[in-house]
Design a protein around this ligand. Structure first.
Ligand SMILES: C[S@@+](CC[C@H](N)C(=O)[O-])C[C@H]1O[C@@H](n2cnc3c(N)ncnc32)[C@H](O)[C@@H]1O
Length: 387
């Protein structure tokens, strides 16, 4: 149960949410202004805020906010102890906005996953998942996943570890010395889809704060070079700080707005386009986005994604690989973008994202990672090789 201070703080945060201040940003702002809160208290406030947005359509909106928070917490508790208490038809009708049905029919298991608390995934440095899990405690390495749907990288050298404990991980000695990054499992699978070799030359075209760039750098054993570009200079500054903590140096940053002129004449062994997207795959972790994302966002982002893919293509060496990743599940941003690209670029051959089976002729080999498969974000990934 949550104490009154937690409920009051959550209610205060929800009242500050506006079109220019989404719930996750409002939460970050409040927690940053109250650094004295314990990790447990911070976790509790986050849980209440996100529980509210997860169950919003079920709540009695004429009641006080405090009353609605109690309703949402009660629904969350009942759903977690007996998932059958909420019928799949009710989840399909209420857990996501109606417009999404035009874009994707989400599996019932994904909808059920969306209504649960998300798993916190860490990426340990190569070869250290087990020792990190022991050091932090309350951990479950992803290699322990035994379900039939587990993708090949999860059965091999995967460094993903689920953290189930109460610690503020940013304050642990292990984090300070760069022993792990917070990174969702689906994002880690994108790194494995890239599978760069030590000594190669890569371009991470939408590198942001460098979550995937760092993974590529580790997979390359700090050898070779990764060009990390983004339109946001602020994000690239964060990237540099993260590389310094991880003691990795095989990168260089360069601003790039996604225009037709690439940031360098260098030709690459691999290019990753981790494109801006509507983020439907993150709706378990960030349920407020379900109620603010619009079909117009999806349509506009699909145009940006296609443009980014077109603009990086000329920078690949013969035999070089292009990896497209989006943390969304809409048809417009996944199959439509990927199929159109395959059709428009006969010089690019679709190749399997994971595993060895060839991509069937006339298809694009899109790999969708559904949230319920590995308790992760949803992600869509496609890979091509320059002929
Ligand atoms: C999904 S995020 C990248 C996350 C990052 N790769 C990671 O793993 O942490 C997409 C990024 O694309 C950047 N972006 C958006 N539009 C862009 C454009 N037209 N050209 C280049 N980057 C763009 C955003 O600033 C954002 O950092």
């Amino acid at each position: 149960m949550f104490d009154p201070a937690t409920l009051n703080r959550a209610a205060h945060i929800i009242r500050t949410v506006s079109p220019s201040l989404p719930a996750d940003a409002a939460l970050r702002q409040e927690l940053a202004a109250n650094r004295n809160l314990t990790a447990t208290a911070r976790g509790a406030v986050s849980r209440v805020v996100f529980t509210y947005y997860r169950w919003l359509p079920w709540l009695t909106r004429s009641e006080s906010l405090q009353r609605q928070l109690a309703e949402a917490i009660d629904l969350q508790g009942r759903f977690e102890t007996q998932p059958g208490a909420v019928k799949p038809e009710a989840l399909a009708a209420l857990a996501v906005p109606a417009w999404l049905r035009e874009e994707v029919e989400l599996p019932a298991a994904t909808l059920a996953q969306f209504q649960q608390e998300p798993t916190l995934w860490l990426r340990a440095r190569p070869g250290t998942a087990e020792t990190l899990a022991k050091e932090l405690g309350n951990c479950e390495p992803a290699t322990a996943m035994t379900m039939a749907s587990a993708l090949p990288p999860l059965r091999q050298a995967c460094s993903a570890v689920a953290y189930l404990g109460p610690k503020d991980l940013f304050r642990t000695e292990a984090f300070q010395r760069g022993a792990f990054e917070l990174q969702d499992l689906a994002s880690q699978l994108v790194g494995h889809a890239c599978a760069p070799e030590p000594g190669e030359t890569w371009w991470d075209a939408c590198a942001g704060e460098g979550g995937k760039t760092l993974h590529l750098a580790d997979l390359m054993q700090n050898k070779g070079v990764i060009w990390a570009s983004d339109r946001s200079a602020r994000r690239l500054t964060q990237l540099k700080e993260r590389f310094a903590r991880a003691r990795l140096f095989n990168f260089r940053t360069v601003p790039w707005e996604g225009g037709a002129t690439p940031p360098t004449k260098t030709k690459f062994d691999g290019v990753l386009v981790d494109a801006p997207c509507s983020g439907v795959g993150t709706w378990q972790r960030n349920p407020h986005a379900r109620w603010t994302t619009t079909p117009k966002d999806v349509a506009e982002l699909a145009v940006v994604q296609a443009r980014l893919l077109n603009h990086v293509t000329g920078s690949l060496k013969p035999g070089g690989r292009l990896i497209y990743a989006v943390c969304t599940l809409t048809r417009s941003e996944t199959a439509a973008v990927v199929d159109a690209y395959t059709k428009d670029h006969p010089e690019m051959e679709p190749v399997p994202v994971f595993g060895a089976a060839p991509v069937p002729a006339g298809t694009s080999g899109l790999q969708v990672i559904w949230p319920h498969q590995h308790r992760s974000n949803g992600m869509a990934v496609a890979v091509w090789r320059r002929r």
